[in-house]
Design a protein around this ligand. Structure first.
Ligand code: HEC
Length: 189
């Protein structure tokens, strides 16, 4: 009797363990970019424009309740994905065979998968720190959206979109490794 209780408890503990592992399963960086972060950035930019009323004043009631709820959810998804990458046991840039850069609208020369892997390997802790900072930026957007705070939202959304650059400059562009002819092209965002 005791024995089977113990077995049950063990099964429960193992199940709980597995569930936790699944919860913190991190997306690849590429999945986070293309499926969560790029769309979020577009949503926030759109909302930051729509939040102005016809007199050019910031006004929370310009966005519907559903829209505020959706913005808060999107921001919190970004926060979770970013935190999961920051704390992942192993950071995966992308699945094998994925060609990076097809979502880059300016079509500038960017790094290959191998390049990005080596940028990260050269300062993995710095890369994790960038994700923690970004998670905090996303959290600020989520908090402002939950509070339906027009000015706070605008400020947080701007800061969020500015936070892309710091990470890209260090871990995406390939100033030394890629085609030298492409150096200096559009390296500003
Ligand atoms: C913590 C680091 C980090 C942050 C923050 C970050 N990125 Fe990225 N981004 C990367 C890396 C690394 C790549 C290269 C991997 C890739 O192409 O998916 C990348 C790639 C991209 C790409 C190209 C995707 C492709 O392969 O087609 C776009 C577009 C992009 N990021 C947009 C953004 C925007 C917009 C933001 C901010 C709202 C942002 N990123 C924030 C690290 C970051």
């Amino acid at each position: 009797m005791h024995k089977s209780l113990f077995a049950l408890a063990l099964v429960a503990a193992l199940t709980a363990c597995n569930a936790t592992d699944e919860d913190i399963q991190a997306p690849t960086v590429h999945e986070a970019m293309t499926e969560v972060i790029i769309p979020a950035s577009e949503d926030f930019q759109g909302a930051a424009l729509d939040i102005y009323d016809e007199d050019g004043e910031l006004n929370s009631s310009e966005l519907t309740n559903d829209r505020w709820v959706a913005l808060a959810k999107v921001a919190s998804d970004v926060e979770q994905a970013s935190a999961a990458i920051a704390e992942a046991d192993v950071i995966e840039v992308a699945d094998e065979g994925v060609v990076l850069g097809s979502n880059d609208q300016t079509a500038r020369q960017v790094a290959t998968l191998e390049d990005v892997r080596s940028f990260i390997a050269s300062d993995e802790e710095g890369f994790r720190q960038e994700w923690r900072t970004f998670a905090a930026a996303a959290q600020a957007v989520s908090v402002a959206a939950e509070a339906r705070e027009a000015a706070g939202f605008e400020e947080a959304a701007l800061a969020f979109n500015e936070a892309c650059t710091t990470c890209h400059d260090r871990f995406w562009y390939a100033p030394e490794t890629s085609d030298p002819a492409a150096q200096g092209v559009g390296a500003n965002d």
